[in-house]
Design a protein around this ligand. Structure first.
Ligand code: HEC
Ligand code: HEC
Length: 161
């Protein structure tokens, strides 16, 4: 009996205790469109935390991640944008987008507490999200093209909402 329990526990650890809800969300994203291999440049614009989260299929896990575009129709992300985050105690933290417009704070790297307010900055250009983010860790869970009644356009710095 004890031996069986040990085997069961080992199997659970090996499977990483996948969360079926997260798995379904990840499957719904379809295959990686490329062209980058799995790493900081892959799957720009996708909700990273559908996979990179506890219970998900990929490591590392992210405290917060997203991709920023120049405008709502841009096909490629915008590099060098400062994503500035604020919390209700007035603390702030910033992170910069990489070559494909993606930023990601690894597990433990977020120094602020939810809810978070967010502002994009590039030179003189600034754009803020009016409402706070209460718990969602992927910008693209709410912002992904095409927009729909329950999904906003991809995160963008310029142009009409
Ligand atoms: C549909 C699932 C999925 C999504 C969405 C996804 N990834 Fe990944 N990612 C993976 C898989 C699978 C790997 C391979 C590593 C693993 O299996 O843990 C990986 C690997 C990585 C790695 C390299 C890890 C290493 O050990 O070298 C980074 C960094 C990464 N992804 C970042 C991101 C970012 C940033 C996003 C969002 C813009 C994202 N991923 C979206 C599935 C995903
Ligand atoms: C829970 C859903 C949700 C999440 C998560 C979210 N947003 Fe938003 N975002 C919205 C909604 C809804 C709006 C439009 C209303 C507003 O500004 O509050 C918006 C607006 C914005 C705007 C203003 C321009 C525009 O598109 O209208 C920016 C910039 C923005 N978000 C950036 C981000 C970034 C960066 C992240 C990730 C750190 C993020 N958002 C995460 C829902 C979300």
């Amino acid at each position: 009996m004890r031996r069986l329990l040990v085997l069961l526990a080992a199997a659970l650890v090996a499977s990483g205790c996948r969360d079926p809800v997260l798995e379904a969300k990840a499957d719904a994203l379809g295959p990686d469109p490329g062209p980058y291999e799995e790493g900081p440049l892959h799957r720009a614009g996708f909700p990273c935390n559908h996979c990179h989260a506890r219970g998900g299929r990929a490591s590392p896990h992210f405290d917060l991640a997203g991709t920023v575009y120049a405008d709502k129709d841009a096909a490629e992300g915008l590099e060098g944008v400062t994503v500035r985050l604020f919390d209700s105690t007035g603390r702030q933290q910033s992170v910069t987008t990489n070559a494909v417009g993606t930023f990601a704070l690894g597990e433990g790297a977020l120094e602020l507490d939810f809810p978070l307010w967010v502002r994009l900055e590039l030179g003189d250009e600034v754009r803020s999200m009016q409402s706070p983010i209460f718990r969602e860790r992927s910008c693209a869970a709410c912002h992904r093209n095409p927009a729909s009644p329950n999904r906003h356009w991809q995160v963008h710095l310029r142009g009409d909402p």
